[in-house]
Design a protein around this ligand. Structure first.
Ligand SMILES: *Cc1c(COP(=O)(O)O)cnc(C)c1O
Length: 401
């Protein structure tokens, strides 16, 4: 069968508009398309392929588990799931893990748990969920309504209720909104989709303090920031603030779909038998791959390597900017970076992405004004250099029209 981009239009629901390029294989941070054109991958499958493509440790884990057992359902537990849960709890504040298959599902579980906890422990009136403008928490109806872009949740009929928003990094607005009726606050410690925006130290500490004051649970959505992305295993670990519930997905499986919601024993106790579940959650194949990814990422070598690589990217962007004057700033942390276009190029992030693809570089955008980079955490240094060279050519193309 001839597989072309046109086939997408004829057989797929039109909710995406993918690139003309159809990649067929990848190795490390290089990818090849149907015509054998090579790309350097600065996108990493949107912060998912934390160890690049076909990392040997992940391929081995997949093949090994593939010959053992693929699926059981939650009628029975399995070894990979329990090993992974033990490793996650050993490495974080959490004591308990719930496995899901996507970031949205992990967030859905976190929000349901928070509502149940408030009903069990406090009173029926404590149901308000607060989240932040521009935040992204997934596409189920509950999580997309909690997300801070109404455009994504509009047009589907009545929305889940008791959800309020205020601006990120605006502690006064948050303080005005939170009360004893607040059951939970969901936030990204560094907003990804919203434009690569870090929480200020005062803000994140203030949010924690106000949650404590009003007995509201603090949920960190680390779906994008987690598993080494910012240079620590989880972003909260370098921020001096510990959440009550944390969600992790994207990089957790290094390219295999898996997610987790993690929390303390006390809070977890409220998801009693039968209250929530998932057919695939804790699937042995997914957990085996995720265990290999987790073991590989959670090392001093990989985590400090993220910080070294961040510097190379920042130096590269600064050199390009000195020559072409396109960015107002470079935001983010670790290998979750956003080059923000200055006023001359306002709203044109997509043009840079398209030009990059032409020059053999995969990149991302975050909104219309930020070019986003979320490469493999172990991207080879020479691939960073080559990718930046290609990016510079793309920048030159956009400038020269
Ligand atoms: C990607 C993302 C999600 C949604 O994850 P899915 O796996 O697409 O459901 C949720 N929260 C954040 C912060 C994300 O970046």
């Amino acid at each position: 069968m001839q597989v072309t981009r046109e086939l997408f239009n004829s057989v797929m629901v039109p909710n995406y508009n993918p690139s003309e390029v159809i990649p067929v294989r990848g190795q490390g941070s290089r990818v090849w398309d149907q015509n054998d054109k090579e790309y350097i991958d600065f996108a990493g499958g949107i912060a998912v392929n934390c160890l690049g493509h076909c990392h040997p440790a992940l391929v081995d884990a997949l093949k090994e588990q593939g010959d053992k057992i693929w699926h059981l359902s939650n009628v029975m537990t399995n070894e990979p799931a329990l090993r992974l849960a033990k490793k996650i709890t050993d490495a974080t504040f959490a004591d308990k893990v719930y496995f899901a298959n996507s970031g949205a599902e992990a967030n859905e579980a976190a929000l349901k748990l928070a509502r149940r906890f408030a009903l069990d422990v406090h009173d029926t009136d404590k149901s308000q969920i607060i989240a932040f403008n521009k935040s992204f928490h997934g596409r189920t109806f509950f999580t997309v309504t909690v997300g801070g872009q109404a455009a994504y949740s509009d047009g589907f009929g009545p929305k889940p209720a008791a959800i309020d928003h205020c601006d990120y990094n605006d502690l006064a607005a948050f303080e005005a909104l939170i009360s004893d009726k607040t059951c939970a606050v969901m936030m990204e410690p560094l907003q990804g989709e919203g434009g690569i925006i870090s929480a200020s130290n005062d803000f994140i500490k203030g949010v924690r303090a106000l949650c404590d004051k009003h007995n509201a649970l603090l949920i960190f959505d680390e779906v994008q920031t987690g598993v080494g992305r910012t240079g620590s295993l989880y972003a909260y670990q370098e921020l001096g603030v510990t959440p009550d519930i944390l969600t992790t997905a994207k990089a957790l499986g290094g390219g295999f779909p898996i997610a987790a919601m993690i929390t303390t024993t006390n809070i977890a106790a409220h998801l009693k038998v039968g209250t929530h579940g998932s057919t695939y959650g804790g699937n042995p194949l997914a957990c085996a791959v995720a265990e290999a990814a987790f073991d590989t990422v959670n090392t001093e070598q990989v985590l400090s390597g993220v910080k070294q690589r961040e510097q190379l990217f920042r130096d590269g962007f600064a050199a390009i900017n000195a020559k072409y004057d396109v960015f107002s700033e470079v935001r983010g942390k670790g290998l979750l970076l956003g080059a923000v276009l200055n006023s001359k190029f306002e709203g044109r992030a997509r043009d840079f992405l398209v030009a990059s693809t032409k020059h053999g570089l995969m990149s991302l955008v975050a909104g219309t004004n930020v070019i986003r980079f979320t490469p493999s955490l172990v991207i080879p240094i020479e691939d960073i250099k080559e990718g930046l060279t290609r990016f510079e050519k793309a920048v030159a193309d956009v400038i020269n029209g």
